[in-house]
Write a protein that binds this ligand. Sequence first.
Ligand code: 0X9
Ligand code: CA
Ligand code: CA
Ligand code: CA
Ligand code: ZN
Length: 720
Amino acid sequence: MRRGRGGAILAAMRRPPASQSAAFVGLAVLVLGGPLAAVSAPNPVRAAATAALEPPTRPVLAAAVPEPSHEVTSERLGGTDRYGTSVAISARTVPEGGVPVVYLASGAGFADALAAGPAAARSGGALLLTRPDRLPANVATELVRLAPGRVVVAGGPAAVSEAVVDEVRAALGPDVPIERAAGPDRYGTAAALVDGAFEATTPLLFLASGAGFPDALAAGAVAAAIGAPVLLTRPDRLPPETVRAIRRLRPERVVIAGGPAAVSPAVATAVAALGPTVERVGGADRFGTATALAKRFLPDASTVLVASGLGFADALAAVPLAGRLGAPILLTWPDSVSWPASVPHPTRDELRRRAPTSILVLGGPAAVSEFVRYELVGWADGRLSVPPPEPDYPAFDSRYHNPTELLNAVIVAAIWRPDLVDIFSIGTSYQGRDIWAAKVSDNVTVDEPEPEVLVDALHHAREHLTVEQALYLLNVLVGDYESDPAVRRLVDEREVFIVFALNPDGWAFDLGGSPYRGWRKNRQPNAGTSAVGTDPNRNYDYRWGCCGGSSGNPSAWNYRGPAPWSAPETRAMRDFVESRVVEGRQQIRTHVSLHTNGELILYPYGYTKVDVPADMDPVDQRTYVAMARAMARTNGYRPMQSSDLYITDGDQIDWMYARHRIFSFTFELYPTEQVSSHADHEPPDEVIVRETTRNRAALLYLIDLADCPYRAIGASDRCG
Ligand code: 0X9
Ligand code: CA
Ligand code: CA
Ligand code: CA
Ligand code: ZN
């Protein structure tokens, strides 16, 4: 493979004339921002352009991804565990060292650290976490660096043992006083911490539930930023120690953090009876409450801290940092469920509104992953967009990515690794939607002489799992690049193209049902009938309609269309594949088209049951069989010639092989044949992670073999 015309083509893809680029941005905005139904009419100009012989001008990244509104820096403050994270945060909070006081709280529970944060902030100090029975070595080192004038230990010996106090004394020397602030329980300890740091008559005091960490953490950040204390309450009853502390502080106003489920109306009444005005600042959940607190008290802060809303310990030490920076703490999900879509809506909306210039992520990648970190950046700088209300998956399947979430996910990958991911569109659907694709490779903007691979999904509208499978592959290639040497080698030595949804019109239509329509074809009208749609996987021109493997009836599920390439979607695929012919040589060597269902690995031909017809090289056939078997061993699918399932004519993989000699497969994903066809194609979102992970090895194998598929039969000599 050589550098050559392909380079020029890719360069042209990326740098269209300015006017075209601007027009394309407009289209992208329309498609992204408006209801998809608004883009209902075919665009005759585009249709004509696509029909022309030269490949269509493809949009640049800037067309796929809106330009960022401004630069957003993101930084991670994290260690290998919560103690290391508290050290990293402390180092950032007090880079110069030398503080009046360090608060030391147990990392084994969240309660004592919650009130210690604002107290530490008030005294210009830092907060470190310790194990209950032992002072971690890195924490001891940080203590020495901080050189505090005194140390306040939060909680009694059950929370932080005397052994730890001895270790602190040994580290800092006998001259540094060590005190304990402790009460009979977490409420008493919070009161004692506040007593030690805040004088009586405080204008404002925050009250949060001591039953969970998120509300008190978010309240702690804003409290620290404005110099106010935080007290804790039971959800249903104001504890006596808290009453006593409120009496002593005599605040004008008490802000209750959280909704009535977190802190009951009875508690609010009890507080009001003590004299102060009571204001409740809360949302529907922890994310909403953190957002509401940030908006109410730090509406203009241009730096935000973001912590996991699930793992408490990572962010506790950040409250004094929030105080120093005047920055709120917002919360996110970790991305353990389904990547990405892990930034909850209140947090997402607040990032869009606030457009911060700096995001500090609290905790290591296990608490908040790199994908989430870059998703946060994308929301803050305007490159991600909120899905229009329709079309969407129903709530019970919300872990599927709807079309906007899909594009967002690809954009996040490109924000994270612009050196590895390039987004483009291979063309537009009948109704004018972009058919988005990503190239994944090192030096991604250069067309290098590296074997190329194509993976595509969603020829068929209802085959939802295929989109997730394509995204999963992107996730692996980008997310495991640094940690998995095998992945890194493949990304460095191949050029992988992923087409995420070839049939976006059918997809939108399918999602418009309740919940789904079970739609398969595209949404192209047919002359002389109200029957809509062509089966894209019968519309390729190799032996089109030859052999009873498709229908000439527009109302049939496998209607082949009035002519080969009559569907804009298959033309886009054709043009893309043809654009990969450089100096007479097809660069793509291996391909998989993702479909559901059946748990099958299929290889050509589909038009005939003959294993080795004249239009197939016998060595290629043996290679196909070997590759299919090798992949099937990794995912438990059944390998077979596609016609053994049933005859198709005009399908994609026959064309890929016959015209381009690409080793081209169809994967029929989970599940195997079900009783109802609905269950066949629309499995619940709970299976996404398991069923996409299942194909990791098979997909990496296919990418690997692209340098010489004949390696599968030990015939690398054929690749010369
Ligand atoms: O019929 C198709 O297009 C594919 N199956 S699906 O259920 N996803 O629609 C199969 C295409 C592979 N070719 C043959 N089986 N001949
Ligand atoms: Ca579900
Ligand atoms: Ca490369
Ligand atoms: Ca190349
Ligand atoms: Zn299919």
